[in-house]
Design a protein around this ligand. Structure first.
Ligand code: B12
Ligand code: SF4
Length: 506
């Protein structure tokens, strides 16, 4: 092969740019093997309102004018623009990465493209890992990566360049273009934590906008920095259970990045991209052992000192670990916690999250005692959830006073245990189109309608933050939003001005 060109495609369902870690990683691998790379990201094609936009309207995120700086294109141009990119760049390979939302979106336009037979079309990401059979059976892709891509992708590119047989590559499902025959190979074991971060991401495909992120109403140059991969818990509304199942018998599932690798790469991204805010990507940051946290926080506090965001579970928060977070010497930082529900029935029996409400309250009290900015994630519309349960969540939010609260509608995504429950109980058929986390509920349940769930999500934060004297007005907006939009906007602005949980600047 004289020229080697690969086009990466991210079927982004959002209307704002985000760097998919996988594409940065795969770009690094392709460039190391001397491939020319190009990128097609669908974020600039205007779609229906995404969750970020909905959350600004409902008072979860402080409004920012970031989207004003983006020059959107009509959605109707998407297909032709991608076709033009393929025609002009003439890639030998097209590599797509997607989660479940992106996959569903991809199917709305990808089948209409004209792709030369000689072009290898590969797909990977969380969705192909969770539903590899359905993805290969779509007949749209030559190769589906069914596990981690770092080693597999390099092997594919090398073999493809040489014209070798790809059908035997471990970790892929392969479909022969001519015969339509499908070969399903076994999953590769997970890469050991000592080697995983030797694969270096490359961000050259991402322009300046990709590094900007609205946070607390202001724009920051943000970077998502992987600290660990995998989560030790088994919440029933999360894809993690299916991932653990897929990798059963493989190497260690939760891999912690060696501190030396963190040091080297964090210094590099700060230098190269002038990063102001780190999202320390780890599904449960404070579950690291205390000696790791101590070493990391000492170093960060000495050398990095940048604002950061972490995500953790309430049961991992303690005075001792808070001291270590403070030792990181950041001008401000945020601890984000999945609270999910204020009903122990929902938490224990539906979500498989056995954190007592008392522990959640104590955790937020402790964080606030130390003046730490907090973010609480809630969900509404769980199977079996009643209006009373949702009000338990609202009341818990009122009690714990997070600096920011994000409220999502439960979506039965592939890979979740709860999706199976929903199918068994007849709440979904399994063939519905997914909704966004703010758009609607696809569950048809006897005790609460999808409409009531959407309405309650919209006013959740108003009930949780405004003085009770506003409740009759909030109820009006809940029951008939479209006739009370003006009143709703007024209440949301009150939420930012007067509410007890307005964000804390440290
Ligand atoms: C970081 C993260 C985010 C980040 C960045 C996401 C991104 N676009 O990259 C943020 C915070 C923005 C985010 C947002 C969301 N996320 Co998220 N996120 C994660 C998390 C914790 C890690 C993902 C990651 O970067 N991993 C590291 C990279 C390198 O791994 P990877 O993407 O899997 O890619 C590897 C392989 O899949 C493969 N691969 C990937 N693509 C390709 C392509 C080819 C060609 C090949 C060969 C291989 C290959 O190789 C890669 C390297 O091994 C995962 C949890 C998890 N366990 O994966 C959830 C997860 C992916 N997120 C999830 C969800 C639901 C969301 C949201 C929809 C949530 C929301 N409330 O809106 C949004 C979607 C936003 C969007 N459109 O991008 C779900 C997806 C479930 C599903 N069935 O799709 C997950 C699995 C969480 C969960 N446990 O349920 N997320
Ligand atoms: S919801 Fe969070 S804590 Fe629970 S399994 Fe998923 S990633 Fe882990």
């Amino acid at each position: 092969m004289n020229v080697k060109r690969i086009l990466f495609v991210f079927p982004n369902t959002a209307n704002s740019p985000a760097i998919p870690n996988a594409i940065a990683m795969l770009t690094g691998i392709a460039k190391n093997l001397s491939w020319d790379v190009d990128y097609f990201d669908t974020y600039i094609y205007e779609k229906t309102r995404d969750s970020m936009e909905d959350r600004e309207i409902s008072g979860e995120f402080k409004p920012s004018d970031f989207s004003v700086t983006i020059e959107f294109k009509s959605f109707d141009n998407l297909l032709q623009d991608l076709q033009n990119k393929i025609n002009t760049f003439q890639p030998n390979a097209i590599a797509i990465s997607c989660m479940s939302f992106e996959y569903e979106f991809l199917l709305t336009f990808f089948p209409n493209l004209r792709i030369p037979d000689s072009t290898l079309v590969l797909i990977g990401g969380i969705h192909p890992i969770l539903e590899p059979d359905k993805v290969i059976d779509s007949g749209l892709f030559d190769l589906v990566c069914i596990g981690e891509g770092e080693e597999t992708f390099a092997e594919i590119l090398i073999k493809f360049e040489r014209g070798d047989d790809l059908s035997r590559v471990e970790n892929i499902f392969f479909r022969d273009k001519r015969s339509g025959r499908v070969v399903k190979n076994s999953r590769r074991v997970l890469i050991d934590e000592k080697r995983l971060w030797d694969f270096k991401p490359d961000y050259s495909l991402f322009d300046e906008k990709y590094f900007l992120y609205p946070f607390d109403g202001e724009l920051y140059r943000r970077h998502t920095f992987e600290i660990a991969r995998g989560c030790p818990y088994s919440c029933s509304y999360c894809g993690n259970i299916a991932l653990m199942e897929a990798y059963k018998g493989s190497n260690k599932f939760v891999r912690r990045r060696p501190i030396e690798s963190i040091k080297q790469d964090m210094r590099k991204v700060i230098y190269n991209y002038n990063i102001e805010l780190f999202y320390l990507q780890d599904e449960c940051f404070l579950s690291h052992n205390i000696s790791w946290l101590r070493e990391f926080s000492e170093w960060y506090g000495r050398e990095i000192k940048k604002p950061f965001i972490i995500q953790t579970r309430p049961e991992t928060v303690s005075e001792e670990k808070i001291v270590l977070l403070k030792q990181m010497n950041a001008p401000f930082f945020q601890v984000s916690i999945g609270v999910e529900s204020g009903s122990e029935k929902i938490l224990f029996e539906v979500c498989n999250r056995k954190t007592p409400i008392k522990k959640i309250i104590d955790t937020f009290d402790l964080l606030h005692k130390h003046n730490i900015r907090t973010c609480a994630f809630f969900m509404v519309g769980f199977p079996e959830e009643t209006r009373k349960d949702i009000f338990d969540s609202i009341n818990l939010c009122r009690r714990i006073k997070p600096s920011v609260a994000i409220v999502s509608i439960f979506q039965p995504l592939p890979g979740q245990y709860l999706r199976e429950v929903c199918i068994e109980k007849g709440y979904i058929s399994g063939n519905e189109r997914l909704q966004t986390f703010t758009g609607g509920s696809i569950l048809k349940m006897p005790q609460i309608s999808a409409e009531e769930i959407v309405n309650l999500r919209r006013v959740f934060l108003l009930y949780a933050t405004l003085p009770e004297e506003n409740f009759s007005k909030i109820e009006k907006c809940e029951k008939d939003y479209y006739r009370n939009e003006e009143l709703y906007r007024e209440l949301v602005s009150l939420r930012w001005n007067n509410s007890s949980i307005k964000s804390r600047k440290l």
